[in-house]
Design a protein around this ligand. Structure first.
Ligand code: DZW
Length: 282
C-alpha cells in the first residue's frame, strides 16, 4: 500500500499535536513539588526511629512536641518522592488530554466516551510518551538536570514496587530498540487511546472506526517509509506493545490503590490524579 494524501495529513496533525503537548526541554518540571530522595543520609537511614534520632542528635532531653516530626516524618520518608511523581503524572495527564483533543475524531465522541477512553489509557499513553526521555545508557528517564533524572529507586520511593517497575523498564528498553519514527510513535499513542474495548465505552463502533483508520495509516506508513531491513514484523511488534501496556496498566492500578490508601498526606495526590485513577476515600 502507499500513503494517501489524507493519511499524510493525519500523520502531520498527530506529530504537530504531540510536539505542542510534549516539551522536550522539560522546563516546567521545576514547578512540581521537588523530588526528595532518601540519599542515605542519617535521617533517612534511621527513618524508623525518628524520636530516638532527634534525642540523640540534640542536647534536649524531651521529645519534640509537634506530631509532624515523629510518625509523619517516618511515613513521609517512605513516600518521599510521591508529591513530585504525582505532580509529574498529573501534569502529563493534562498534556495527554491536550494531545487527545487534537486527534481527528476524538472531539466528535460524546464527553462520556472521551472520559472513558482517557481514564483507561492515561497511564498507558504516559508510559509510551515517557519513552522519549528514557535512555538505555543508564536505564533512566532523563529530563534535564540530575534533579530530574529518574531511576527505578526513585519510583520505589513514591511507593511503587518491582512487580510494576521491572517490566516497565524492560518495556522501555524494548521500545527504544524498536527505534520508531516520530510518525510511528504518535500513531501508536493515538491507537492506544482509541481502544473500543475500554470499560464504559458506549459508541464502540465509532471508536473502532477511528482506531482502524489509524492502524491502516500505521501499516501503510511502515510499508512505504520504514527501511526494508528493519520493517520486518514492526507492525506486529507494535501491536504486541499494546498488549504489554494492558498488563502494566493492570499492575499500576493495583499499586496505585495501595499507595492512595497508604498516603498519610492526602494532599500528595492532586485532584486530577484522583479523578483519573480513582479516589478510594470518595
Ligand atoms: C519519583 C519520580 C520518578 C519519576 C519517574 C517517572 C517515569 C515515568 O501511581 C502514581 C499515579 C502515583 C504514579 C504513576 C507512575 C508509575 C510509574 C510510571 C513512571 C509509569 C509510567 C511512566 C513513568 C514517566 C516519565 C515521564 C513522563 C511522565 C512524561 O510524561 C514526560 C517525561 O518523559 C517523563
Amino acid at each position: 500500500p502507499q500513503l494517501l494524501e489524507e493519511q499524510e495529513r493525519l500523520i502531520a496533525t498527530l506529530i504537530e499535536a504531540h510536539r505542542k503537548t510534549y516539551d522536550a526541554s522539560y522546563s516546567d518540571f521545576s514547578q512540581f513539588r521537588p523530588p526528595k530522595r532518601g540519599d542515605g543520609s542519617p535521617e533517612c537511614r534511621n527513618a524508623t526511629n525518628p524520636f530516638l534520632m532527634s534525642l540523640l542528635n540534640s542536647d534536649m532531653d524531651e521529645l519534640p512536641k509537634a506530631s509532624a516530626s515523629g510518625a509523619e516524618a517516618a511515613a513521609g520518608d517512605e513516600l518521599s518522592m510521591l508529591p513530585h511523581l504525582a505532580d509529574l503524572v498529573s501534569y502529563s495527564i493534562q498534556k495527554v488530554i491536550g494531545f487527545a483533543k487534537m486527534i481527528p475524531g476524538f472531539k466528535e465522541l460524546c464527553t462520556e466516551d472521551q472520559i472513558s477512553l482517557l481514564k483507561a489509557s492515561a497511564i498507558e499513553i504516559i508510559i509510551l510518551r515517557s519513552n522519549e526521555s528514557f535512555t538505555m545508557e543508564d536505564n533512566s528517564w532523563t529530563c534535564g538536570s540530575n534533579e530530574f533524572k529518574y531511576q527505578i529507586g526513585d519510583v520505589m520511593q513514591a511507593g511503587h514496587k518491582l512487580e510494576l517497575l521491572e517490566p516497565l523498564v524492560k518495556f522501555q528498553v524494548n521500545m527504544k530498540k524498536l527505534d520508531l519514527h516520530e510518525a510511528e510513535h504518535v500513531l501508536l499513542m493515538a491507537i492506544c487511546l482509541f481502544s473500543p474495548d475500554r470499560p464504559g465505552v458506549q459508541d464502540r463502533c465509532r471508536v473502532e472506526e477511528v482506531q482502524e483508520h489509524l492502524t491502516e495509516t500505521l501499516r501503510a506508513y511502515i510499508a512505504c517509509r520504514h527501511p526494508l531491513s528493519c520493517k520486518h514484523m514492526l507492525y506486529a511488534k507494535m501491536v504486541e506493545k499494546l498488549t504489554e501496556l494492558r498488563s502494566l496498566n493492570e499492575e499500576h492500578s493495583k499499586q496505585y490503590l495501595q499507595i492512595s490508601q497508604d498516603a498519610v498526606n492526602k494532599e500528595d495526590l492532586p485532584p486530577l490524579l484522583l479523578e483519573v485513577f480513582g479516589n478510594p476515600t470518595a
